[in-house]
Design a protein around this ligand. Structure first.
Ligand SMILES: Nc1ncnc2c1ncn2[C@@H]1O[C@H](COP(=O)(O)OP(=O)(O)O)[C@@H](O)[C@H]1O
Ligand SMILES: [Mg+2]
Length: 250
C-alpha cells in the first residue's frame, strides 16, 4: 500500500465565531486522485486555502511529504511541490495561450526569475515547454489565440496546464469543471486520467460523473466537517451523504 503524501490532522478554521472547518482529517495517498465533495458552503475551498497557504488554519496540522507545513507562507509551498490551479481571472486575457504558458514556465525558473518584460518577447525561452504543454492539453491549434477568445472550457483546461508548469507532486484543483459545458467535460476527465502518471491530485469537484470516473478516494464535507470517506461507490451509497445532498440536485 502506498503511503500518504498529504495528511491533514484535526484542521480547524474559524472566521470569528464561525467554524468553516472543524477537526478535518484527511489522508491523500501518493499517486492517487482524491476527491473532496460536499454541498455549497461545506468548507471545501477553505480547506484548500489552508493547504495552499492563502489562509492560516486556526488549529491542526498539515503534513506534506513528511514535513509540517501549516506555518509556511503561501509562496513557500510551490517550492515544496504543491501546485494549485489558477483561477480564470489570473490568466492574462489579452495574451495568447502560448504566451500564458511561457509566463508560467518562466515563473518557475529560479535562475532567471520572473522577468516579466523579457518573457513574452524573447523567443525560445520556455517556448518548448509551453508548446509541449499545449500539445498535452489538446490546445495546439489555440497556441496563438488570445485567452479572451478561448471557450470557457478551454480556459479551464489551460488553468490546469498553468499549474502543471511548476511540475507539482501534489496538484490542488478547485472545481476544474465549474462553468464548463457538458461537451467539454470528457476532455477534463481525459486530462486528469493522464496526470495520474505524474502527480497526486486533490480535487474539489461537483461533477459526480468526473468524481466517479477519476477518483480513487473521496472525502465528503458538510458544514465544515468530514461526514464520510471511501471510494466513490462507497460514499454514494452512504445515507449521510444522500441526506447532505438533499435539495442540492446533484
Ligand atoms: N473569508 C471568510 N470570512 C468569513 N466566512 C468565510 C470566509 N470564507 C469562507 N467563509 C464561509 O465559510 C463557509 C465555507 O465556505 P467555502 O469553504 O467557500 O465552502 P465551499 O467551497 O464548500 O462552498 C461558508 O459559509 C463561507 O461563507
Ligand atoms: Mg468552493
Amino acid at each position: 500500500m502506498s503511503s500518504s503524501l498529504l495528511s491533514v490532522i484535526n484542521l480547524t478554521k474559524k472566521y470569528g465565531d464561525f467554524y468553516a472547518n472543524t477537526d478535518v482529517n484527511l489522508n491523500v495517498k501518493e499517486g492517487s486522485i482524491h476527491g473532496v465533495i460536499g454541498p455549497n458552503g461545506a468548507g471545501k475551498t477553505t480547506l484548500f486555502n489552508s493547504l495552499a497557504g492563502s489562509t492560516k488554519p486556526s488549529s491542526g496540522k498539515i503534513i506534506f511529504d513528511g514535513q509540517n507545513i501549516e506555518h509556511l507562507e503561501q509562496y513557500d509551498r510551490p517550492i515544496l511541490g504543491i501546485g494549485r490551479s489558477f483561477q480564470v481571472t489570473s490568466l492574462f486575457p489579452d495574451l495568447t495561450a502560448l504566451e500564458n504558458l511561457r509566463l508560467a514556465s518562466q515563473a518557475q525558473e529560479p535562475a532567471r526569475g520572473f522577468v516579466f518584460w523579457h518573457g513574452i518577447t524573447r523567443k525560445g525561452f520556455g517556448q518548448r515547454r509551453a508548446l509541449h504543454m499545449l500539445h498535452r492539453l489538446g490546445l495546439d491549434k489555440q497556441a496563438q489565440t488570445p485567452i479572451k477568445a478561448l471557450s470557457h472550457g478551454q480556459q479551464r483546461i489551460l488553468e490546469v496546464g498553468m499549474a502543471l508548469m511548476s511540475e507539482p507532486s501534489l496538484l490542488l484543483l478547485d472545481e476544474p469543471t465549474s462553468g464548463m459545458g457538458v461537451d467539454d467535460i470528457p476532455q477534463m476527465i481525459n486530462l486528469l486520467k493522464q496526470l495520474r502518471e505524474e502527480c497526486t491530485i486533490l480535487l474539489i469537484e461537483h461533477n459526480i460523473r468526473l468524481v466517479t470516473e477519476v477518483c480513487d478516494q473521496v472525502t465528503v464535507l458538510q458544514a465544515g466537517k468530514v461526514i464520510s470517506e471511501g471510494t466513490p461507490l462507497e460514499v454514494s451509497q452512504d445515507e449521510k451523504v444522500k441526506t447532505a445532498y438533499l435539495g442540492e440536485g446533484i
